[in-house]
Design a protein around this ligand. Sequence first.
Ligand code: IPM
Ligand code: MG
Length: 368
Amino acid sequence: MSTDKKILILPGDGIGPEVMTQVRRVMDWFEKKHSLGFKVTEGLVGGASYDVHGVPLTDSTLAQALDADAVLFGAVGGPQYDDLPFDKKPERGLLALRKEMQLYANLRPAIVFEAMTDASALKPDVVSGLDILILRELTGGVYFGEPRGISDLPDGQRKGVNTQVYTTNEILRIAKVAFELARKRGSKVCSTEKSNVMESGLLWREEVQKLRDADYTDIDLSHMYADNCAMQLVREPKQFDVILTDNLFGDMLSDLAAACTGSLGMLPSASLGDPDAQGRRRGLYEPVHGSAPDITGQNKANPIAMILSYAMMLRYSFDLGEQADMVENAVKNVLNSGVRTPDIMGPGTAKVSTSTMGDALLRELDKS
Ligand code: IPM
Ligand code: MG
């Protein structure tokens, strides 16, 4: 296999480094058994970078990320950074990576493993077998729209402004990804916005429908207001296949979908750009969960979302579907064996630490 596969690892803050340590063990296992030939470097991002360099992402780390075939990202943020100005906040490091690497397509699968059906707050029959994909637009909308900022008004008040903005091309390129992904699944896309209130939402709805009618008549496309979609996700999540959504609604709907599965600690994500002339697609892979300062450093965090993010990297950046399947099966088998980190404990299961969960996963890989 090619030896030129550059991976940049950015563990970040909070539980990021702890869960990344377990991924490193899985990566070492693959290197030993499958000689994947990954060239791995590690860098600082978020608060960890701010502490050393005074910024959440240095130019040189950004250059490394742009040069890498894939970035594995842990988590950023923590209460000690709450009072920093916006441009210094840990989250800016992540947002800058998304923007500069042009990772406009964020795939957030929400899957309920059979052994986890009871972990959801929803009734087992509502979530059993759930397998949906939230596709979130990641480089546009209100996260990046201009004008933005806080200004002083003549009467002594202050004004905060952010701008929700989407252009045709931004909508079409993410809709195309949604339709292509749906073709490999259940061929159903539900596009969400607030076209009853927002012009940008109306444009979104019209453009998505036009693209479907022109090029994807095999896809069953529906439209839903984002607030209704939130309600439907709790009421009957299995009605969905692919949910297409903008940046802000996608942020919220993906946390909601994560809760349907029982634990935020289980959900991976992939953020992808367009393929270049050589077919190389930039990718950043991160768990949907955050830095979880409340349990940092206690060897309690669930490393599964991070490990499943690594599996997504194998699949989407390196076309190593077989190896990705191995990782996903190892996770499934470990869950079936009743081993659980505290966040996914249930009756009759055994509570283990982050590192013991890593041990269990490696044992399963050894069997494969
Ligand atoms: C996410 C996170 C980020 C976001 C934060 C950390 C900037 O919540 O990836 O969902 O809002 O996009
Ligand atoms: Mg979020």
